[in-house]
Design a protein around this ligand. Sequence first.
Ligand SMILES: Nc1ncnc2c1ncn2[C@@H]1O[C@H](COP(=O)(O)OP(=O)(O)OP(=O)(O)O)[C@@H](O)[C@H]1O
Length: 353
Amino acid sequence: MTAATPALEVRGLSVGYGDGDVVHDLDLTVTDGVTAILGPSGCGKTTLLRTVAGFVTPRTGTVTVAGRPVVADRTAVAPRHRRLGYVPQEGGLFPHLDVAANVVFGLPRSQRRAARATVASLLELVDLPDTLADRYPHELSGGQQQRVALARALAPRPSMVLLDEPFSSLDAGLREETGRAVVRALRRRGAAALLVTHDQGEALSLADQVAVMHSGRLLQVGRPAAVYLSPADERVADFVGLSVFLDGTVTGSAPGAVRCALGEIGLRGPAPAGPVRVAVRAEQVQVTSAERGVAAEVLDTSFFGHDATVRVRLATGELVVARTPAGVVPLPGERVGVVVTGDVVAFASDRRP
Ligand SMILES: Nc1ncnc2c1ncn2[C@@H]1O[C@H](COP(=O)(O)OP(=O)(O)OP(=O)(O)O)[C@@H](O)[C@H]1O
């Protein structure tokens, strides 16, 4: 594989189990690094991952791993020969084998015996101490189990690792720490990764590239900031981040601006002239004193510690959500003013989800 050879190329992939397809004519290129497949439950993320792994046979399409076709016209390379690592949701460690035996399990039999030093270096790779080598999976925390599962997946030096919701069973703090450790290990090893998740925070914070999936199709593939700041359509804006959508009009009277119930707001990126749907991120909405901004009444609030969300109803009837600092949360029923900071994106009105 040369530096220019993508770690993974998927072209025209359609996959179904019965009558209809659950993945439709999908294209995806992973150059290197971590690509997150982000989408709601049932959109086909796991099916895509399992098809790349070779556990599911597609109806049509091709899959190329590090320049080598593994699914093509008359080719279907067996899963174990695809040079891919696989980390399932709950690690999938063998309960009757200790950590060392689990880690070397993916290596050819001839290499397993001489592997004590290999075990130590693989555990070090995932930031675990060698002292865990003799423990059994039930003697490890959930985060440690996932790191061992990654060490096992990386042992045969795959060009890419497939991770299926690997952190979903971990609690919030552990999830973040384990996620960072896993990405560090992948980078150290120079392995690309496809990470399936329905957690947008995980996708945005861990991945180099985010592919937003909906009903078996990819709506947008791009860097995390691009997907967040310039969503391709209303469905992406709705699924990634917390937004409110308001009817608006791009009149052209103020260039690069849109008029909606929150006033006239600058536009980020192009928007069609005429009626549009305006996406305003909750963190762009400031709740202030009633004398300022657009008049509103507080409906309810949710306190999260690091911040809070405040749901308000505008005098025009529209509901708007604001993300506010946790120290200044107004009370339900309070009359407030609402101000938008920064630019917004807008989509043609006929492209509602
Ligand atoms: N083995 C199977 N046989 C039949 N239908 C299946 C099978 N596996 C998945 N499906 C269906 O295919 C669709 C996509 O499922 P898939 O598991 O790929 O989605 P997902 O996005 O990974 O969902 P989740 O996040 O809930 O795991 C769903 O409607 C599901 O019911």
